[in-house]
Design a protein around this ligand. Structure first.
Ligand SMILES: [Zn+2]
Length: 431
């Protein structure tokens, strides 16, 4: 039986397909077939090519690729809001971490939950991201520390795909923090990672990539290099939390292992930037953590831009340093705090985020053959997506060709007949 095509017509398209520009495409319509983009063209032309297609009239709305959040830690147990109070009282993140708070606090709460409970706990955070037009999401493990809990976290991340319409890329954050009292300390833990945990995770097929945290309060350059050697031998690409709180030469380390991405980068120097450029590694900017930790030194955005390093933006959604479940807010913070332009922000949550996950061949821009993942917006200008805080500009999300209109608010009884009619018309239009 021939497949039914669907046409999305009368759109203002931001295809995000070419680096360096984000102008509106002269074409106004997309043909979707079997969850993929079959054609991009003029309405009349696509209508001729697909005469039997279902037609969705977007009435001039702005359409971007579905957004991609390429760095989150949103599968975890417990609550860390009390630590915010401590930080507001003047304590530093490092001091709280050294005193058994921070990651270890979340690790203990995570270990108490089974896979179902971990996935369920993440759903409110997922739903908030979906409301921002997210269609692909990266989720890192890392709060499990011990292998069985880490596998459970990775399984919970995958389970989310069966609970909500979106795609999950899972990352094994192998070297996050040393479990307290681990024999041999951090070196012993890295040995265990290489001998046992990494091979088991690779065999499970539950991780698309391996990540590590290179920092004075976490793992050294040499230790991370050992982890990356093992990951490489197992055929898993790597990512790195690099140069967030100090210049550990993390960017250069990530580049040496041709990492998909180096993330944070507040303290990266010119040599690090040049290394990223040579390796083609994506710089993932995490303005939520920068904001939440009240950091003073911003990532070297001008140097990254000048060197041609692709820049992505992510929420870093996590309970300790970036309890943020809004990718649109991350775009605003990247613009205001780091000086990214609208085009850079949009590329950072579409094309470059896809690159940071190694899935650019499949999504991240509106191009023939890629997944039909779209976000349809009620904004006048592309800059409207970066400009507002807490707005709800999403009109409809399309994931692999399936439509998910945003629910319209109920019509108030006190509204006029005209307002009610407008509300009803809007509701029926989105069906
Ligand atoms: Zn992170």
């Amino acid at each position: 039986m021939p497949l039914e095509a669907r046409l999305f017509v009368r759109a203002r398209l931001l295809t995000m397909s070419a680096a360096g520009s984000y102008g509106l495409d002269p074409r106004d319509s997309i043909a979707e077939l079997d969850g993929r983009i079959a054609a991009v063209g003029e309405h009349a032309e696509l209508q001729r090519r697909y005469p039997d297609a279902e037609v969705v009239d977007l009435e001039g709305r702005l359409v971007t690729p579905g957004l991609i959040d390429c760095h989150t830690h949103l599968v975890y147990g417990g609550d860390r809001s009390s630590e915010m109070e401590r930080r507001l009282a003047g304590e530093s993140y490092e001091s709280i971490a050294r005193a058994g708070g921070g990651i270890l606090n979340t690790a203990a709460a995570t270990a108490r939950l089974d896979e179902r409970a971990l996935a369920a706990a993440a759903l409110p955070r997922i739903d908030a991201l979906l409301a921002d037009g997210v269609t692909t999401l990266e989720i890192k493990s890392g709060y499990g520390l011990e292998l069985p809990v880490e596998l459970r976290c990775l399984q919970a991340a995958r389970r989310i795909e069966s609970l909500r319409p979106l795609s999950v890329r899972s990352t094994y954050l192998a070297a996050h923090v040393v479990p307290p009292g681990f024999p041999g300390g951090s070196d012993g833990y890295v040995g265990r990672l290489c001998d046992e945990y990494l091979p088991a995770v690779a065999a499970s097929g539950l991780a698309h990539a391996v990540d590590a945290y290179c920092e004075t309060i976490a793992f050294s350059v040499d230790q991370v290099a050992r982890v990356f050697e093992c990951a490489r031998a197992l055929g898993l690409p790597v990512k790195l939390h690099a140069d967030q709180l100090s210049n550990m030469q993390g960017a250069a380390l990530a580049a040496r292992y041709r990492a998909l991405s180096a993330d944070h980068l507040e303290f990266t120097d010119q040599a690090g930037v040049d290394a990223l450029a040579r390796a083609g590694t994506v710089a993932v900017l995490l303005p939520g953590a920068f904001y939440f930790l009240r950091q003073q030194q911003a990532p070297p955005v001008s140097a990254l831009r000048q060197a041609g390093v692709p820049m992505a933006i992510a929420t870093d959604c996590n309970p300790g340093t970036s309890p943020m479940c809004s990718l649109l807010t991350a775009m605003n913070l990247a613009a205001v705090q780091f000086g990214l332009g609208t085009g850079e922000c949009l590329a950072g949550v579409t094309r470059e985020a896809a690159r940071a996950l190694g899935v650019l061949h499949d999504r991240g821009s509106i191009e023939v053959g890629k997944r039909c993942d779209l976000a349809i917006w009620d904004v006048e200008q592309p800059s409207g997506l970066v400009y507002s805080l807490g707005g709800r500009p999403l009109h409809e999300r399309v994931w692999q060709g399936h439509r998910f209109p945003v629910a319209q608010p109920p019509i108030s009884r006190g509204g006029s007949a005209q307002e009610s009619a407008q509300g009803l018309a809007q509701a029926s239009r989105s069906r």
